[in-house]
Design a protein around this ligand. Structure first.
Ligand code: BJW
Length: 231
């Protein structure tokens, strides 16, 4: 069975109404990432960081998966798929993807900075939230990977990339490492590489094949072709 490594980014969830980061009007055009998405920002002003993620968590709960998420869920039925997402939303899971590797963590999970305990989190967090593991206050944070922090499961990611026959990036700008480096790694390994995006990403030139258009159109088309059902 063909082994396919799919890397998704914010573009795959854009048509579900969740903002991307670096597009015009994107999240980082309105907010300074260094004041919200670093451990230093959380240490300096946890209330503001909580407010930012509480708002995004509420938006996520209201959002629904789209045709791109659904197509990638179908793909798992026909190939050996490793679905690696940079997204902290759960829309791949809600579309039916059986296994998703969240390299930048998950918004619907909270983690205690004191004891490391993780728990599902669908409500707001605050500096008053108590950890039910160590009963300390002030350490609970969204279980997401901020700048300067180590993404999750890099060893697993690199192992699955090394054994892939095909690497596909969907809706990611190629601006954030280490994910942005995977296309180069794939090429060095002789793996065919495909980009699906609304517009060329920062490293578009590194891909063997490029498909441009909305993820909800291009991902289902690509998946149908891959599963041999015609375009
Ligand atoms: C559509 C569409 C539609 C729109 N259809 N497409 C090497 C070189 C240089 C720097 C570094 C390096 N290695 C590490 C760094 C530093 C840093 C980094 O990369 N900085 C860059 C900005 C230069 N990286 C890190 O800090 C990472 N950690 C790390 O490497 O640790 C190593 C280490 C640590 C300690 C000690 C020793 C070693 C961690 C990165 C964490 C990123 N975190 C965020 C926030 C997560 C929480 C949150 O959501 O708030 O993750 S930042 C943000 O960017 C988020 C995303 O996952 C990530 C990627 O963004 P993505 O998904 O690509 O979105 P956009 O908006 O950029 O692009 C959207 C795309 O969709 C566009 O292309 C559109 O065209 C497209 N699109 N609509 C299809 N409808």
């Amino acid at each position: 069975m063909m082994r396919v490594f799919v890397l998704t980014g914010a573009g795959v969830s854009a048509e579900s109404g969740l903002g991307t980061f670096r597009d015009a009007g994107g999240i980082w055009a309105r907010f300074d990432p260094m004041k919200l998405a670093t451990p230093e920002a959380f240490a300096a002003d946890p209330e503001t960081v909580h407010e930012f993620y509480n708002l995004r968590r509420r938006n996520l709960i209201e959002a629904a998966p789209n045709a791109a998420h659904a197509a990638l869920a179908r793909l798992a039925g026909g190939v050996e798929l490793f679905l690696c997402t940079q997204n902290i939303d759960d829309l791949h899971e809600r579309a039916g993807s059986p296994q998703v590797h969240h390299m930048h963590g998950e918004l619907l999970v909270a983690r205690c900075g004191w004891c490391g305990r993780r728990e599902e989190c669908r409500g707001d967090l605050s500096v008053e939230t108590i950890c039910e593991g160590c009963w300390r206050v002030g350490g609970m944070r969204p279980d997401v990977v901020w700048f300067g922090e180590m993404p999750y499961g890099l060893d697993v990611i690199e192992a699955r990339l090394a054994e892939a026959d095909l690497f596909v990036a969907v809706g990611t700008s190629g601006a954030v490492y280490p994910a942005a480096g995977y296309v180069a790694m794939a090429r060095e390994l002789g793996i065919r590489t495909v980009e699906i995006n609304l517009a060329p990403s920062d490293n578009a030139g590194a891909f063997d094949e490029r498909r441009y258009g909305p993820a909800t159109t291009e991902a289902p088309r690509f998946v149908a072709e891959l599963l041999g059902q015609g375009g």
